[in-house]
Design a protein. Structure first.
Length: 304
């Protein structure tokens, strides 16, 4: 319980400048959770389910579930989609549902997509889980559950061999809670996040494709964070890769193309800095499905 209280107090005290977006290590396999311009880019109906168990062994550690889907329409310039998620950190619950719309422009070598997401987010705190051992510390005016609207925007360019994009989430920056701690009021606010991403697929041989990629994240009053990834596609079936996150996480990841329709991914994060002694790493498992509902040609393999 002490660990649970520590996480909660840490979260509330840093809410003003911590990164609030849900963290996924396998972003490169489904960028819709980061950039709404990604909608329809696989050129088929595509769905992904992800479960993330972060900081295994740490009581009250984050657990996240997300389900996304997107597809181009028969009018090639339009793509739609959306996602839902649930993120639990100790007594705090964050959930959301957003719909996506993308307008795509055909260019000589690729497509440029402008995407918008809009929906609602739900925030709540289970105060029954808070057991204060220090009688001098008191919480008054506990915030109740709250639903707030939100929106994201992204631009995404892609070809068969490369991609690049920029995006921003939590554009409305709505307040979602207020708590009084020892007579002082503290407000929690959704902060605007900014992302930049890029990647390229480089064939090394008939059996091996090298795919480096990068994701840069920024939110006001928090340090810049960068994910550097290097992955290899073997025999058009099996991805093997490694990422380094500048906050000290080393990520080992893989994806197996079970068939032309089904993909199964797994990643394991280990912190090589300050958190290495306090948890057993983070696990993330993902199932992806591609269905050619419009009877278009399904491209195989898909690098992005």
């Amino acid at each position: 319980m002490k660990k649970l209280i520590l996480i909660f107090v840490l979260f509330t005290s840093l809410a003003g400048f911590a990164q609030q977006d849900v963290l996924f290590s396998q972003y490169m396999f489904n960028k819709l959770l980061v950039n709404p311009g990604y909608a329809g880019s696989r050129e088929v109906f595509s769905a992904d389910a992800v479960y993330r168990n972060q900081w295994t062994g740490f009581e009250g550690a984050p657990k996240t579930i997300a389900l996304s889907m997107h597809t181009p329409l028969r009018y090639d310039h339009i793509a739609v989609g959306g996602y839902i998620y649930s993120d639990k950190i100790g007594p705090q619950v964050n959930q959301g549902a957003l719909l996506s719309y993308a307008y795509r422009v055909n260019l000589p070598k690729g497509k440029l997509s402008f995407g918008l997401q809009a929906g609602v987010k739900y925030n709540d705190i289970n105060w029954d889980m808070i057991d204060l051992e220090d009688a001098d510390l008191s919480f008054q005016g506990n915030p109740k559950s709250k639903v707030t609207p939100d929106a994201n925007f992204g631009i995404y360019y892609y070809t068969n061999r490369m991609f690049a994009g920029v995006s921003s989430t939590q554009l409305l920056q709505n307040e979602y809670g207020m708590v009084t701690v020892d007579g002082e009021k503290t407000y929690s606010k959704l902060l605007r996040h900014f992302y930049g991403m890029a990647g390229v697929a480089v064939p090394i041989s008939d059996q091996v494709v090298f795919r480096p990629s990068v994701l840069v994240k920024y939110v006001k009053d928090a340090p810049w964070q960068m994910d550097l990834n290097a992955s290899f596609l073997l025999n058009d079936l099996f991805w093997l890769g490694m990422s380094y996150r500048t906050d000290g996480d080393l990520v080992f990841l893989t994806e197996f193309n079970i068939s032309r329709k089904y993909r199964l991914g797994y990643s394991y994060d280990v912190n090589v800095k300050d958190r290495i002694h306090y948890n057993s790493g983070s696990h993330e498992i993902r199932l992806g499905i591609d269905l050619d509902l419009l009877k278009n040609r399904m491209y195989t393999p898909r690098y992005f």
